[in-house]
Design a protein around this ligand. Structure first.
Ligand SMILES: *Cc1c(COP(=O)(O)O)cnc(C)c1O
Length: 407
């Protein structure tokens, strides 16, 4: 199952070519000051990641600290409603409440082997910041997290968590004061501290090798799903895998071991905000054009003259004007189906999951659930929905909308 080779051609669905391209998207567009860091990472990440001692430490922590494998839960009442079979991959049950910790552990272990003492990260919803702060506390490393001012306001519990865990939270006050701006600040920090610092990117974005590295760390999701489906259904393959996409890491992880199984439909759900064409949206594949953002070529929401457009989503984790290059390639080739759900549709889907299954999902994950209403399934289909995180961090938003009309 483990493949450490990098292909010379245009890359595959799973893996970029040696220059970090998935088809037309990817690469490493970086300032000269970062060249050595990114080059070092590119030279060493596969060798380090697949060292037996690394794999043992990574997998032991996933089991004993994170609580993996996460359950694959048959959602009976939700299945009845859609007249099909729906399994939820419970990433919400991970330590710290989302899939982000899988990648944070992997990258911090890798940073240690590269001799880095200082860890920086960007965060939107705060889940990646919390995950990184958690792992840094566990390993005794300094941790600085950049976060947009607007996100600091709307994700106050996660800001408190990061501080309790000993991290420094630095506000990003430029632009829309959300994830894109926090990422800019983190890149600036890395440029100023190239020797002792590792930048833990929280999604399948950034310059090569980040998208591939993060996808590999998150691929534990689909690795487990295959085994669990076999136990539940007698087959390792579902008919559909559905995941929300901000940058695309939970989707990349949920899709990974199904990318080459062409019978499995891969459905990615973006945030449509107030509506795809409302000017208040984050539906990148619908609105974006090829461009370079945060170190790689991908689809980017931008104006005619290439200025990045401020995105909007009710969920901070999806409020990003780009998408990882793997997903841009899945979109362009048609291997992935890209849908979108509005803020209201996501809220409705979240309230519905609470009542049908007793699970309060993250607002991000609720976008994946909302897509169930846009598709027709057969009674015999087997769907896996990646429940990327839990809703504790979103309680304030849920409280504000609890009077919303119910289905
Ligand atoms: C961060 C986050 C996302 C979006 O990030 P991806 O890289 O697209 O997975 C989705 N769900 C939750 C719960 C998150 O915290």
């Amino acid at each position: 199952m483990i493949n450490t080779t990098i292909s010379l051609n245009r890359g595959t669905y799973k893996q970029p070519n040696i220059f970090g391209y998935y088809g037309n998207y990817g690469g490493a567009y970086i300032p000269e000051m970062l060249h050595r860091n990114v080059e070092e990472l590119k030279e060493r990440y596969l060798e380090i990641m697949y060292e037996p001692a690394f794999q043992k430490e990574f997998r032991d922590l996933l089991r004993d600290y994170v609580g993996r494998p996460t359950p694959l839960f048959y959602a009976k009442r939700l299945s009845e409603k859609h007249n099909t079979n729906i399994y939820l991959k419970r990433e919400d049950l991970n330590h710290t409440g989302a899939h982000k910790i899988n990648n944070a552990i992997g990258q911090v272990l890798l940073a240690q082997r590269l001799g880095k003492k200082r860890i920086i990260a960007e965060t939107g919803a705060g889940q990646h910041g919390v995950a990184t702060a958690t792992v840094c506390a566990l390993m005794g490393l300094e941790c600085i997290v950049y976060m947009g001012v607007k996100d600091i306001e709307r994700q106050a519990p996660n800001v408190a968590r990061m501080k309790m865990l000993g991290a420094t939270v630095r506000p990003a006050a430029s632009g829309s004061q959300t994830l894109k701006d926090a990422t800019n600040e983190a890149i600036r920090d890395w440029i100023n501290n190239p020797n002792d610092t590792h930048y833990v990117i929280g999604s399948v974005v950034g310059p090569h090798p980040y998208p591939d590295m993060v996808a590999r760390f998150q691929s534990i999701i689909s690795e487990e799903t295959r085994k669990q489906l076999l136990e539940h259904t007698g087959s390792e393959l579902p008919t559909h895998v559905i995941a929300c996409v901000g940058g695309g890491s939970n989707a990349a992880g949920a899709f990974y071991h199904f990318l080459d199984e062409l019978t499995v439909k891969l459905i990615a759900v973006e945030a449509a905000g107030h509506g795809v064409h409302s000017g208040m949206s984050a539906a990148t594949t619908q609105l974006g054009r090829p461009g370079v953002l945060h170190g790689s070529k991908s689809l980017v929401m931008q104006t005619e003259d290439g200025q990045v457009v401020e995105p909007h989503s009710i969920s901070a984790g999806l409020d990003y004007p780009g998408i990882g290059p793997m997903h841009a390639h899945l979109f362009e080739t048609g291997r992935g189906t890209f849908l979108s759900a509005t803020d209201d549709e996501a809220l409705q889907a979240a309230f519905e999951l609470c009542r049908l299954e007793g699970i309060i999902p993250a607002l991000e994950s609720a976008h994946a659930l909302a897509a169930l209403n846009q598709l027709r399934f057969k009674r015999t289909d087997t769907l896996v929905v990646c429940l990327s995180g839990r809703g504790d961090k979103d309680l304030a938003t849920y409280m504000k909308n609890i009077e919303a009309p119910n289905p």
